[in-house]
Design a protein around this ligand. Structure first.
Ligand code: SF4
Length: 503
């Protein structure tokens, strides 16, 4: 059977909407996974189901978890589904989502129904639609936030439920909205980013468009020069998505992201078209309320609830077992509200803990620490090999090994953000990290080995910039030494200074 290429995707979408294959699943369960055509394996991604050659006959399932917020029934259900159908393993992602592996097609109807029961789904988490909406994991419960984004995140997510209004966009659309000044969601790396702002005494959002970090269309989100109060976020997004769906480039997938449309039209013309479709003028951008620095929301953080704190825990490289995930949820219940929210850094937060002593000595907090070593604290890695079919290299294991080796030699007083993507698709948004690694193949002697290009100097927030390449093609065998040199040379101001008296 012919393999599907990028040039086939528009035809595949025209012939049948991705969401429509839901009704075919019972037939495929009867006839076996091998009966599914390559085109339909692509369409299944609209339902969040990704066939994986690395686990023959089985799928990866990506969940939609708006803003990464999970109530006790929801995290209990996910842990249960992972244990029952996914060998008890889960990955927390940089879009505040969870991926389950080893999913058999015959279990999918039961999984879909179990997710729906607790208000979750996997709809439109793949291919050309709107991905999980990012927001601050502490939205509504952070003492210094500008405004609570929870209601608008719910509304935005409804645009991408099981209906086809935006299931055939030219490419995927990443949306982030945050009322937190701490730049925790990297809004400027999203196709549409809403950042906290104020205008004439009203708090709302300035709008960025066209952020994307994959190498073919790399760029920080551009200012649309628009301020919107919270109630206008969904209407503006709807119009923007309509324009992108109807006018976005569909002939070259490597350039089809919203960024291309913005660059072609120009932000001013795009804004005028949005105003015309909304039938009212838009306010010019307000005062940007983002702080200059970034906060990762790990550790103990004051809550807006009386006598409560949040506890942000580091989950190394986002890999966690269902048992540990559920145990952390139970800690959240024992000490506080029981809510367990996911961070875009592949970490999680136990919300509104009123009884810190009930949980602070628990052995799990050694493994998932509120105060991890600074070298590893802000390190993220994408799926990589063997489970991502686009991966050029492994990611999580090599980065984990390198940083644990280096942590005995390098003592930091301020963390360095390190981000490793196994190909140029930038799923970890590595372009905004202090140190960004992109997996490449390297010729060493007569052999091809796994390695990485190294970039430095990325930053999110009002002075966002994309990391620039420092080294090409460093084989994994030399990566530890090279990274050590990079940190000692380029991040010397973050090193712990030795006491000259030797004390
Ligand atoms: Fe896969 Fe590349 Fe994304 Fe990593 S960055 S998960 S290797 S597509």
């Amino acid at each position: 059977m012919a393999k599907v290429t990028p040039a086939d995707i528009e035809r595949i979408k025209r012939e049948k909407d991705g969401l429509a294959v839901l009704e075919d699943i019972p037939k495929w369960i009867e006839d076996g996974v091998s009966s599914i055509s390559p085109e339909d394996l692509v369409r299944l991604k609209w339902l969040g189901l990704f066939y994986r050659e690395s686990t023959p006959g089985l799928f990866m399932l990506r969940l939609r978890i708006p803003g990464g917020r999970l109530s006790p029934p929801q995290w209990q259900r996910i842990a249960d589904l992972s244990r029952r159908y996914g060998k008890g393993h889960m990955d927390l992602t940089t879009r505040q989502s969870i991926q389950l592996r080893y999913i058999a097609l015959e279990d999918v109807p039961a999984i879909f129904s179990a997710l729906t029961d607790v208000g979750l789904s996997s709809w439109q988490t793949g291919m050309d639609s709107g991905r999980n909406i990012l927001t601050c994991a502490l939205a509504g419960q952070l003492a210094d936030e500008v405004l609570d984004t929870r209601p608008v995140v719910r509304e935005l997510s409804r645009l991408f439920e099981y209906h086809p209004r935006y299931s055939n966009l030219p490419r995927k659309v990443n949306i982030a909205i945050t009322g937190c000044p701490a730049n925790c969601v990297h809004a400027e790396a999203n196709d549409i980013g809403f950042i906290p702002a104020t205008s004439h005494g009203v708090t709302g959002f300035n709008v960025l468009v066209g952020g994307a970090l994959a190498h073919q269309y790399r760029g920080i989100g551009m200012a649309l020069n628009v301020f919107v109060p919270p109630e206008d976020v969904v209407p503006l997004t709807t119009v923007l998505l309509d324009i992108y769906r109807d006018e976005g480039l569909r002939t070259n997938r490597s350039k089809s992201r919203l960024r291309t449309l913005v660059l072609e039209k120009g932000a001013e013309n795009l804004r005028a078209e949005i105003e015309q479709r909304l039938r009212h003028p838009l306010q010019p951008a307000g005062v940007d309320l983002r702080a200059l620095d970034h906060h990762d929301h790990l550790g103990v953080i004051p809550s807006t609830e009386p006598h409560a704190v949040h506890m942000g825990l580091h989950v190394p490289y986002g890999s966690i077992t269902a048992d540990d995930f559920e145990a952390l949820g139970n800690l959240a219940l024992r000490g506080g509200s029981g809510d367990l929210n996911l961070l875009p850094s592949q970490d999680l937060v136990l919300l509104n803990i009123t009884n810190v002593s009930a949980i602070s000595q628990h052995p799990l907090l050694t493994k998932y620490s509120p105060d991890p070593p600074l070298l590893e604290r802000n390190a993220v890695a994408c799926t990589g090999k063997p489970h991502c079919p686009l991966a050029i290299t492994h990611t999580k294991e090599p980065l984990s090994q390198i940083l644990s080796t280096l942590s005995s030699d390098i003592r930091l007083r301020q963390s360095v953000t390190i981000s490793f993507s196994g190909c140029t698709n930038a799923c970890t948004q590595q372009g905004l990290a202090d140190i960004a690694l992109t997996g490449v193949k390297v010729k060493v002697g007569e052999q091809w080995e796994e390695g990485a290009d190294i970039f430095i100097g990325g930053q999110s927030g009002p002075k966002a910039r994309i990391a620039e390449r420092l080294y090409r093609q460093i084989p994994f065998s030399q990566l530890t030494r090279t990274l050590e040199e990079v940190i000692l040379t380029h991040f010397a101001d973050r090193l712990m200074h030795e006491n000259p008296d030797g004390h």
